[in-house]
Write a protein that binds this ligand. Structure first.
Ligand code: GDP
Ligand code: IMO
Ligand code: MG
Length: 427
C-alpha cells in the first residue's frame, strides 16, 4: 500500500468487526514507521498468527510485533489502564519489546471501573450484546465533558474530583437500574495513583508525533477497530459501538487532518459475521451458520462468544465503501470456503416487492429486507498454499472477481489462512 504518493493509510473493518484487521495491519506494518489505534478500546480483539505463536491485541496496535515500528494509542481511544498493562506485560513476557515504542495520547479518555460496572449491569447493554468492557459509558462521559483523560493523571486533585463525581453519578444510575452493586471512589483513586507512575512515562502529544513522522516522509498506518456497520453514526444504530469506526474517525482519533490520509483499505471476510445483536440480513440457516462457524473458527477474540455467520453481503460492502471512501479491499478467510459446493453472494435486497441496491437508513427496514443471492460455484480445493492470485483455482478467482464487481472496490489483498505469509498481494 505504501509508495511515493502513499504515506498515510487507514485500515478499517468494512462489515461488523473481526474481519481480520489485525492480520492485515501486521502485514502492512512491516513498512510502517508508526501504527496508530484511533478509536474503540478493549472491546477490540485483533489476532496476529506469527511463527512465535498467536497474539491477540486489544488496545496496543498490531504493529507492535514489528520491532522497527513505533505504536500510538490515539486520542480517540478509551483506554482501560489495567488491561493495557496486562497486555504490555504479556507481550514483554513473550519477547516483544514494548518499552520505548509505545506512546499514549494525553487526550485519550480512561475507562474506569464504574464504566465497566455500568456496562455489565445495564439492561440496555445486554439488549445490544456489548462486550462489557465499559466502552459506551466511557464515551458517554467523554461527550458529556466529565471524563478523565490520561493527561489528568498528572494532577491528583483533578482526578480525585472527577472520580468522586463519576462514582456518585454511576452509583445513582446503578440504584436506578435496580442493581445492588456500587463503586467506591477511594478504591478507584488508589488504583489510579498506583498506575500513574507507569502510564505517565508513555504519555505524549500523539497528534504532533503523527504529523512529524508524516512531515519527515515516514509511513503511518491508522488501525481501526470494529467495523463500518458498528459505527455510531453510520452503523446499524442502536446496535453499534459508541465510537466513529469509519475513516473519518481516523483523522479525529489520531489528531491529523483528513487531507493527510492517502488511502483507505477496507477489510472484509469472504463471507459475513457479527457478534452481538442487531440485524444481519445475510445470516445463514442454523446448519449453514454452524458449518461456517466451525470452518472459520468464528468465536470472539475478546469475549469468546460464538459469532453469527452468513454470506457475503455486497450491499453492506458498497455502503462501507461509500462511508469510508475505500480505495481498496482486503478479502480475508477465502480458505474457509474451500470445501463448499456453491457459495451464495448477496447482490441486492428486496423490500416490499421493490429492489434495493443501497442499505436502508434504519434498522426497522433492514430487519425486513430479503437478500437476493447469486449462487457461485465453489472450488473444492485447498487455497492455503497459494501466494499469488494466479495460483488460486479458477472458481476462487471468479468468486473474488464477483465480490470486487458487486462491491465496486478493487481487491488489493486476499487472505488464505491465519499465518502471516498466507496473504496474497494483488498486483
Ligand atoms: P480483527 O478484529 O478484524 O483483527 O479480526 P479477529 O482477529 O477478531 O478475527 C479474525 C480471525 O480470523 C482471527 O482468528 C484470524 O487469525 C483469522 N484470520 C485472519 N485472516 C484469515 C484468513 O485469511 N484465513 C483464515 N482461515 N483465518 C484468518
Ligand atoms: P474488533 O476490533 C466485533 C460489538 C459488540 C456489540 C457492539 C457494542 O475486534 O473488530 P461495545 O462493547 O463496543 O459497546 O459493544 O459492538 N463489538 C464488536 N464486534 N468485533 C469487535 O472489535 C467489536 N467491538 C465491539 O459485540 O454488538
Ligand atoms: Mg476482533
Amino acid at each position: 500500500m505504501f509508495g511515493p504518493q502513499t504515506h498515510c493509510v487507514v485500515v478499517v473493518g468494512a462489515q461488523w468487526g473481526d474481519e481480520g484487521k489485525g492480520k492485515v495491519v501486521d502485514a502492512l506494518a512491516e513498512r510502517a514507521d508508526l501504527v496508530v489505534r484511533y478509536q474503540g478500546g478493549a472491546n477490540a480483539g485483533h489476532t496476529v498468527d506469527t511463527a512465535g505463536g498467536e497474539f491477540v491485541l486489544h488496545q496496543i496496535p498490531a504493529g507492535i510485533l514489528h520491532p522497527g515500528t513505533r505504536c500510538v494509542i490515539g486520542n480517540g481511544v478509551v483506554l482501560d489502564p489495567e488491561t493495557l498493562f496486562h497486555e504490555i506485560d504479556a507481550l514483554t513476557g513473550r519477547g516483544v519489546r514494548v518499552e520505548g515504542r509505545l506512546v499514549v495520547s494525553d487526550r485519550a479518555h480512561l475507562v474506569l471501573p464504574y464504566h465497566k460496572l455500568l456496562d455489565t449491569e445495564s439492561a440496555r447493554s445486554r439488549q445490544i450484546g456489548t462486550t462489557s468492557r465499559g466502552i459506551g459509558p466511557a464515551y458517554e462521559d467523554k461527550i458529556g465533558r466529565r471524563g478523565v483523560r490520561v493527561g489528568d493523571l498528572r494532577h491528583d486533585e483533578i482526578v480525585a474530583k472527577l472520580v468522586r463525581a463519576g462514582c456518585e453519578r454511576a452509583n445513582a444510575m446503578l440504584a436506578l437500574s435496580g442493581s445492588a452493586k456500587r463503586c467506591i471512589a477511594a478504591d478507584i483513586e488508589r488504583g489510579l495513583a498506583q498506575i500513574a507512575p507507569r502510564i505517565l512515562p508513555l504519555v505524549g502529544d500523539a497528534g504532533k508525533l503523527v504529523a512529524s513522522v508524516l512531515a519527515g516522509g515516514g509511513n503511518v498506518l491508522l488501525e481501526g477497530a470494529q467495523g463500518a456497520l458498528l459505527d455510531v453514526d453510520h452503523g446499524t444504530y442502536p446496535f453499534v459501538t459508541s465510537s466513529s469506526t469509519t475513516a473519518g474517525g481516523a483523522a479525529t482519533g489520531s489528531g491529523i487532518g483528513p487531507t493527510a490520509i492517502d488511502a483507505v483499505l477496507g477489510v472484509v471476510k469472504a463471507y459475513t459475521t457479527r457478534v452481538g445483536n442487531g440485524p444481519l440480513p445475510t445470516e445463514a440457516s442454523p446448519a449453514e451458520a454452524e458449518r461456517l462457524r466451525s470452518l472459520g473458527g468464528e468465536f470472539g477474540a475478546t469475549t469468546g462468544r460464538p459469532r453469527r455467520c452468513g454470506w457475503f453481503d455486497a450491499v453492506v460492502v458498497r455502503y462501507a465503501a461509500r462511508v469510508n471512501g475505500l480505495s481498496g479491499l482486503a478479502v480475508t478467510k477465502l480458505d474457509v470456503l474451500d470445501s463448499l459446493e456453491t457459495i451464495p453472494v448477496c447482490t441486492h435486497y428486496r423490500l416490499d416487492g421493490e429492489r434495493l441496491d443501497d442499505l436502508p437508513d434504519n434498522v426497522v427496514s433492514l430487519e425486513c429486507v430479503q437478500p437476493v443471492y447469486e449462487l457461485l460455484p465453489g472450488w473444492r480445493r485447498s487455497t492455503g498454499e497459494a501466494r499469488r492470485l494466479e495460483e488460486l483455482p479458477d472458481e476462487a478467482r471468479r468468486y473474488l472477481e464477483r465480490l470486487q464487481e458487486s462491491a465496486g472496490v478493487p481487491i488489493r489483498f486476499v487472505g488464505v489462512g491465519t499465518r502471516r505469509e498466507q496473504l496474497i498481494a494483488v498486483v
